[in-house]
Design a protein around this ligand. Structure first.
Ligand code: ATP
Length: 723
């Protein structure tokens, strides 16, 4: 594929060769108009995308959907809202090309006057401080996880700092919580967020208060009122509309049940230690038959190619069938989705659920939330697969798509609502979704759903007057990682006697992923990446980078190197994101450059490699990222570039993850880890990874089976009969 391939979903635009940038794409293959400006920023290129071309004319403020670097002769358009906001700000064209990330985000420049315009890190190595404030790192949310740091300052519970506040550094939040950036970004009217979230800072309308609306223009106020009254879709006359309607998924049986094969290590799951804590856990089941599911469900399970339960399914299914609340932690790719879907569907079938009919407001029995649009869509497809042939109707709604489309989907009937938080709250506020009948509430990637990015929405969701209280609903939380502080918070959502299932170590990496850590500095990363990709050939590879801009940059760079690549991140339109995933899944673009938006949950067949071009800021995010490969018993490889300058804080947790997953640990990494201030390897791993249930009641009692307080199992090894 060449850069000219109009079907490519990779974004391309000019780069300066100096300072480590890859140089301008071949001009003959680009529609480039020379407009070198005082920034030295150079060419303005248009990229013949399917539905649009990226082009900025002189002085024009780029639409948010446009690549932020896509040029502007003003020399100030790098971070688009900054351009409008403060035209005199110091993001002056003193920088050379993209030499210093700091220079692109004028917020940074103004916030830290000492650093402005000083190309401290030449070349592309400045990714972490690249661009607009919210651009800097997409995975930064995890760094500030735990309801501390900055998030609290914007706390949704408006209690002030340190609280349960959303992070402004968080891509997922950005996608789903467009309203938070409403006043700034909205003015430029980018189509990434929900239409109604843009332009006037309504904050989605689900925040109860309207401080931001009042702080905005009178027009904002008016829109808010009309929106509240339901008289119009807010934002209808603001900026470009979000018109994207995701194509309906194929509905032939073959497509619905399409699946990939379990790998050679699938049976090895049985040797993983499983721990259940909490009072009176029901015994695990060993086979699907033991779950006593109805015939239709069993048929669907067989058609999906499932013949044997994974450990998380063996434990979670009976727990959910017994009506218990559950927090479950199991490795990436080990079947957590079916672990909650199957028993919920079984309950619904047993309860004789009535087919829901067309209604203005639907009252689903089950709500499933997940942090990203692609993930929630995937969960929906799983729900649709297992509910096939029943009268249960799953529906999916998520941001970046036309609101009316979501409403239409819901109104046609909805028993299981799969939603991203922002869109869900929007639909509740619009009274399209009623909560009265909710019996099951599932938080997938629960640690993420409860952290400072989404925690406020989740709290709001469960505090809705119409939401049945926790003792009247079943709340289920699943993830591969569960930091202690999140576990404590989760307790607020769960009944006190909830059960906690841990397969292996909380936060442990899947041992089917062969992990390598290479010491590579910023300036050598691209070369190293090319070497790796060329040696890999056409095997499907996900390359994770720190920022949205860098994702596009690296994707473009790889395209230039004639490696068919696409990219996914929060600044791409939803249509493009889905197209990128399709191209990656189909193998049309075997390389997907992604930010952390693609780190969790995505289940893509045949991803053989993950490359951490930039390591994430937390070990949990690392575990999720590398878990895009090595799924369901298949083996995969993960290569991570470790930059001594930026990644040293990860040495210790990496060492633990590697050794726990029986991976080779480089000597240099050990040395760094041991020399780190405060390094203490006598601390049990749980101090970082919370391998135990943090509930005080159970602490120190692991392995106590008597009285059903705790069970400690090694499936297979402890109980061979499971095979
Ligand atoms: N019992 C089973 N038999 C065969 N395949 C299964 C079984 N359970 C799940 N799978 C398949 O394994 C793959 C991974 O499952 P799933 O996406 O639910 O993993 P996960 O644990 O949620 O991963 P992550 O932590 O990355 O979200 C899916 O393709 C799913 O269909």
């Amino acid at each position: 594929m060449s850069l000219l391939d109009p079907s490519s979903t990779a974004i391309a635009w000019p780069f300066c060769k100096e300072d480590g940038f890859p140089g301008r794409p071949n001009e003959s293959s680009f529609n480039c108009s020379q407009s070198t400006n005082s920034t030295g920023f150079g060419n303005i290129c248009t990229w013949p995308q399917r539905s649009r071309s990226f082009r900025c004319q002189a002085g024009e403020v780029p639409n948010r959907s446009q690549p932020m670097w896509s040029g502007s002769s003003s020399g100030r358009s790098f971070g688009n809202w900054d351009v409008n906001e403060e035209p005199n700000r110091g993001c002056q064209p003193r920088m050379r090309g993209f030499t210093s990330g700091r220079n692109f985000g004028s917020r940074d420049a103004s916030e830290n006057p000492n650093t402005e315009n000083t190309p401290r890190e030449g070349g592309f190595g400045s990714g972490r401080s690249f661009g607009n404030r919210e651009e800097r790192t997409e995975d930064a949310h995890s760094r500030s996880r735990g309801f501390s740091r900055r998030g609290g300052a914007r706390g949704d519970f408006r209690g002030g700092r340190g609280g349960f506040g959303p992070s402004q550094y968080n891509e997922n939040e950005q996608q789903e919580r467009g309203p938070h950036f409403g006043l700034r970004r909205g003015m430029l009217g980018g189509p990434t967020g929900d239409q109604e979230h843009r332009g006037f800072g309504v904050r989605g309308g689900y925040r109860g208060g309207n401080e931001e609306v009042i702080a905005g223009s009178g027009r904002s106020k008016l829109l808010y009122c009309t929106w509240k009254s339901g008289a119009m879709e807010s934002g209808d006359n603001q900026g470009p509309k979000v018109t994207y309607m995701p194509p309906p998924p194929p509905d032939d049986e073959e497509a619905i049940f399409a699946h990939y094969q379990t790998g050679i290590n699938f049976d090895k799951y049985d040797t993983i230690l499983v721990k259940v804590s909490g009072l009176d856990p029901p015994p695990a089941i060993l086979t699907f038959e033991e779950a006593n599911l109805c015939q239709t469900l069993n048929k669907n399970i067989a058609k999906a190619g499932y013949s044997k339960l994974t450990p998380v399914q063996k434990y979670s299914i009976p727990i959910i069938l017994a009506g218990r609340d559950l927090m479950a932690c199991a490795q990436t790719g080990s079947g957590k989705t079916a672990a909650f879907l199957l028993p919920i569907l079984a309950h619904m079938m047993n309860d004789g659920i009535a087919a829901s009919h067309f209604k203005e407001q639907q009252e689903p029995e089950c709500i499933i939330v997940a942090p990203t649009r692609e993930l929630i869509n995937q969960i929906f497809l799983e729900a649709r697969k297992f509910a096939y042939g029943t009268c249960i109707r799953p529906v999916v709604i998520y941001g970046g798509t036309q609101t009316v489309h979501s409403i239409r989907q819901i109104m046609q009937g909805c028993n299981i609502l799969c939603a991203t938080p922002g869109r869900l709250m929007d639909m509740i506020n619009k009274e399209k979704v009623g909560l009265r009948k909710v019996k099951y509430l599932v938080l997938d990637e629960a640690d993420r759903m409860l952290d400072m990015g989404f925690g406020p929405e989740m709290k709001k969701l469960v505090s809705y007057p119409s939401m049945p209280p926790k003792d009247k609903r079943q709340t289920l939380m699943f993830s591969a990682t569960f930091p202690e502080e999140i576990q404590r918070l989760a307790g607020e959502f769960l009944k006190t006697e909830y059960l906690f299932v841990v397969v292996g170590q909380v936060g442990g990496a899947c041992s089917d992923v062969q992990q390598s850590i290479l010491q590579v500095d910023q300036y050598s990363k691209r070369e190293k990446l090319i070497d790796i990709l060329l040696s890999i050939g056409k095997e499907r590879t996900m390359v994770f980078v720190a920022t949205k801009k860098k994702a596009d940059f690296i994707a473009t760079f790889l395209c230039q190197e004639k490696i068919a690549t696409t990219s996914i991140h929060g600044d791409r339109e939803q249509r493009e994101r889905e197209e990128a995933l399709r191209d990656f899944r189909s193998g049309k673009c075997p390389v997907l450059v992604a930010t952390s938006v693609a780190a969790r949950g995505l289940d893509i067949e045949n991803v053989q490699h993950v490359v951490n071009f930039d390591l994430p800021s937390t070990i949990d995010e690392y575990v999720h990222r590398i878990g895009r490969t090595g799924r369901c018993g298949n083996i995969g490889k993960a290569i991570s570039f470790f930059d001594l300058k930026t990644d040293s804080h990860l040495a210790e947790p990496l060492l633990k993850v590697l050794s726990d997953a029986q991976q080779e640990v480089p000597v240099w990494l050990e040395e760094i880890a041991f020399s780190a201030p405060g390094a203490n390897f006598s601390i049990p791993r749980g101090s970082i990874f919370a391998s135990v249930d943090t509930r005080k009641t159970y602490q120190g009692k692991d392995g106590m089976n008597a009285g059903g307080l705790n069970q400690s199992y090694a499936t297979g090894s402890a109980d061979e009969s499971w095979d």
